[in-house]
Design a protein around this ligand. Sequence first.
Ligand SMILES: [Zn+2]
Length: 123
Amino acid sequence: MPGGFGEPCARVGRDLLRAPGTGVPPAGLRWDLSVDTPSGFLLGMATDALRFARGADPALPPERLTVWTAETVQDHLAGYEFFQWPSCPGHTHLLKPVLAAGEARWRCPADGREPGRIGDLGA
Ligand SMILES: [Zn+2]
């Protein structure tokens, strides 16, 4: 995996493994990275049933790329009817990935609460 994608994927992957979602996680969910000329790389996730990836720039600052990666994973997971991730603690909606004070964080879209950095959810 090109250098810039390593940390963002590790952080989002940790949250995916530890933080609660609603419903049943898709079976066989995996990262999907390919070279796409001329735009560079396509990064996303895939299962045998569904693949979703979009143009990604590994040269983005790590915190910004982490927010982008979390958004891309949420977009992929939105394609499954019975799974949502990550659940906002105490609410029924999803947390939103945001860049706040230079950090990639999860934020409640209703009350602005931030339960943690992306990569530290459920730790
Ligand atoms: Zn909330």
